[in-house]
Design a protein around this ligand. Structure first.
Ligand code: GDP
Ligand code: GDP
Length: 455
């Protein structure tokens, strides 16, 4: 690396940053208008140095990556979700539920200018039951004259209130220090801990696509273990199911079986569920109902899986109901709406008749293999060398940015870092990414390509 002008230490830290294993998850909760979204923006705003280009389906994120003093974690913004749909009580309950299931620690945001309200107390009660570490953020403390009000929040009984102005940045450093103390080094359920154990599948999709039907059919008489207890007070949320001669862990099946009937709020719950399941899974099987047009909700769920960095299989369900005409339109919709995830294995199934269910396991295995695959550095650079020679970057201001070398810094999903002599245009980066797939496959997995530019 030395002769190319890169600082060895910098390179190392970039590689470490790209080699992301599972990261601990922080959920930011609190009643509406206390400043959750402002705080989340402040936390993630610190990390913009890495140029990352993921040609995505439209962005609709719930989880963001953040870094503080060299440690990386994920932040879940519950502030952007449709809080008015459910009313305050139900929305904070849903947030807290998410915090129990998916987060490793929680920041509870309270508006110090308002003081403690019933809604705040309700959140605290739910969080207590969850037993996850809580860091209390006394927000809107824009000046030192407000700090006495912040101290009053000791009365909530969740420990020290950290006075913060999310708007101006005041106190956020101390808050983040406390967050890092509360977060474990790695999430509770690490990939490593289950090596050799059952692989974890999230069965997701919008309401009524057939998730519980598929689950019931898959489980059938073959269900091995109904509950996952592990000596905790947690809900038994997962099921071990034997399919294709192997045992698989379907995560958060309790969420699929426990159907929430709420007027207007079903979508909200569904996206909480989806985010929680994705956090804990290695591979997502997204169900699409072929009898209905592919909707924004479908693509949003697929985007969530891709953004979560999970392996992906798309299962087109209710195939038994498909007629010739609908099939014609379906294929066109897939071509238009799902072109960005063309790399995901596809199965056409019927949870009702059992059609092609035996194809699900091979598809999941293919996706997991793509997700875990690694390209040796020598092979990668031979490929990049040829590519750069045959398709150089367009000239910019008389200069030609060049890719100097690249390496695969991580797997699950594959992550690449390219080192370049100048800024690479987005189009060129997408071209590289496309060629990487053509050359090496990665079927069923998102891939990340970040570019490190020598200043
Ligand atoms: P959320 O509903 O909890 O996500 O709250 P938002 O982040 O949307 O913030 C609600 C309102 O409070 C917005 O008008 C923010 O500008 C304001 N706000 C957030 N943080 C602060 C702060 O630290 N100080 C002040 N004065 N206002 C804030
Ligand atoms: P979920 O909300 O995603 O769990 O969906 P359900 O499993 O509850 O299914 C919703 C409806 O679709 C139910 O009436 C199911 O019987 C029906 N359904 C599910 N899968 C199929 C299928 O493959 N073919 C047909 N014809 N109906 C299905």
């Amino acid at each position: 690396a030395a002769e190319s002008g890169f600082d060895a230490e910098e390179v190392e830290s970039d590689l470490a940053a790209a080699a992301t294993g599972p990261l601990p998850v922080l959920a930011v909760v609190g009643r509406p208008n206390v400043g959750k979204s402002t705080l989340v923006n402040r936390i993630i705003g610190r990390r913009e140095a890495v140029v990352e280009d993921r040609p995505g389906v439209t962005r609709d994120r719930v989880t963001y990556e953040a870094e503080w003093t060299g440690r990386r974690f994920k932040v879940v913004d519950t502030g952007g979700w449709e809080q008015d749909v459910l009313g305050i009580q139900a929305s904070v309950a849903a947030q807290a539920e998410f915090a129990v299931e998916a987060a490793d620690a929680v920041v509870l945001v309270v508006d110090a200018t308002v003081g403690v309200t019933d809604a705040d107390e309700a959140v605290v009660k739910l969080l207590r039951r969850a037993g996850k570490p809580v860091v209390l953020c006394a927000n809107k403390v824009d000046g030192s004259s407000m700090e006495a009000e912040a101290a009053y929040l000791w009365s909530l009984g969740v420990g020290e209130p950290h006075p913060v102005s999310a708007l101006h940045g005041r106190g956020t450093g101390d808050l983040l220090d406390a967050v890092l103390d509360a977060l474990p080094e790695a999430p509770a359920e690490t990939f490593g801990a289950t090596v050799g154990g059952p692989r974890r599948i999230a069965l997701i999709g919008r309401p009524n696509v057939g998730k519980s039907s598929l689950l019931n059919r898959a489980a059938g008489e073959e269900r091995v273990v109904v509950h996952e207890t592990a000596g905790t007070t947690r809900d038994p949320v997962d099921e071990l199911i034997e399919l294709g001669g192997k045992t698989w862990k379907f995560v958060d099946t309790a969420g699929i079986r426990r159907r929430v009937h709420l007027q207007g709020g079903a979508d909200y719950y569904a996206s909480l569920r989806t985010a929680a399941a994705l956090e804990r899974a290695e591979v997502a099987v997204v169900l699409i109902d072929v009898t209905e047009p592919i909707s924004v909700q479908d693509t949003r769920i697929i985007t969530m899986a891709v953004d979560a960095g999970r392996a992906l299989v798309i299962a087109y369900n209710k195939w038994d109901l498909l007629d010739e005409e609908r099939r014609f339109y379906l294929e066109r919709e897939i071509e238009q709406e799902l072109v960005q995830v063309r790399w995901a294995p596809r199965v056409n199934i019927s949870a009702r008749t059992g059609r092609h269910l035996e194809k699900l396991v091979p598809a999941v295995e293919t996706a997991l293999a793509g997700w875990e695959s690694r390209v040796p550095t020598g092979k990668l650079n031979a490929f990049l060398g040829q590519l750069v020679a045959s398709h150089p970057h367009p000239l910019r201001g008389g200069k030609q940015p060049r890719i100097l070398f690249g390496t695969q810094a991580g797997t699950r999903p594959p992550r690449f870092v390219l080192f370049a002599s100048g800024f690479l245009e987005a189009g060129y980066r997408r071209f590289i990414e496309r060629r990487l797939r053509e050359e090496f496959g990665f079927e069923g997995s998102p891939i990340h390509v970040s570019v490190r530019v020598r200043e």
